[in-house]
Design a protein. Structure first.
Length: 225
């Protein structure tokens, strides 16, 4: 009443002014409450194992972390982590040799006393990892063709070797004596042998570039692992 009489304000105007003052008071109270200081929680300790996994992960090209590649499957081994191989041909002590897992052809040759002087090691991959139960033939043409020389033809001149040609030891020239095998296909066979550590069965010949079902059927009785 005093303000109304003093300032000459009407009751409606006075009510509006009161509402504005109340709203301003509420806004000031909310602003003060939200601006008060807050307590900050300390971060949790980082798990060492998770930190190790994060630090060893490899970033992918798009920036995301990619898991490390899993190790490849180990070579086939025999009982007790060893392998047993048969070393024959032009070595000083041919026979069965027991070697540790992961041994290579060169290790088998050393276990057999070394290669004899003059032995032809062409086509023998001495860096290849051995598998349990395989045979290593050194410097000897496969089969009966050793008597007549490499690539000797069967009686009748049919154009095929007298004995089975070893896919693991034959040279490019020896492979060319097979029917339908030229220099290019013979080189494909040698390249496959070097990339895959040799042939473990004749059926793997199907995987060589240039050998279809028909050619495989022609070569199957003429070759050996």
């Amino acid at each position: 009443m005093w303000l109304q009489l003093r300032c000459g304000l009407e009751p409606r105007t006075l009510a509006a002014l009161a509402v504005v003052l109340v709203a301003a008071g509420v806004f000031a109270a909310v602003h003060f409450w939200s601006g008060r200081p807050h307590s900050v929680r300390a971060p949790d300790p980082v798990n060492e194992a998770a930190h190790a996994r994060t630090s060893t992960s490899t970033p992918s090209p798009d920036g995301a972390e990619a898991p490390e590649p899993s190790p490849g499957s180990p070579p086939a081994t025999g009982p007790g982590g060893h392998i047993v191989v048969d070393v024959s041909g032009k070595v000083r002590r041919p026979g069965i040799r027991r070697l540790p897992s992961g041994a290579r052809v060169a290790d088998a040759l050393r276990a057999a006393g070394g290669v004899r002087e003059g032995a032809d090691l062409t086509g023998l991959n001495r860096a290849r990892v051995l598998m349990d139960g395989e045979q290593i033939v050194v410097g000897v043409p496969p089969g009966p063709s050793a008597v007549g020389g490499a690539g000797a033809l069967a009686p009748g001149g049919g154009g095929s070797p007298a004995g089975p040609v070893s896919l693991n030891t034959a040279t490019v020239e020896q492979l060319e004596t097979l029917p339908g095998v030229g220099p290019v296909l013979a080189q494909h066979i040698v390249d496959y042998r070097a990339q895959h550590g040799g042939f473990r069965s004749i059926d793997e010949l199907r995987e060589v570039n240039g050998i279809g079902d028909r050619r495989f059927a022609d070569l199957q009785p003429l070759v050996g692992p």
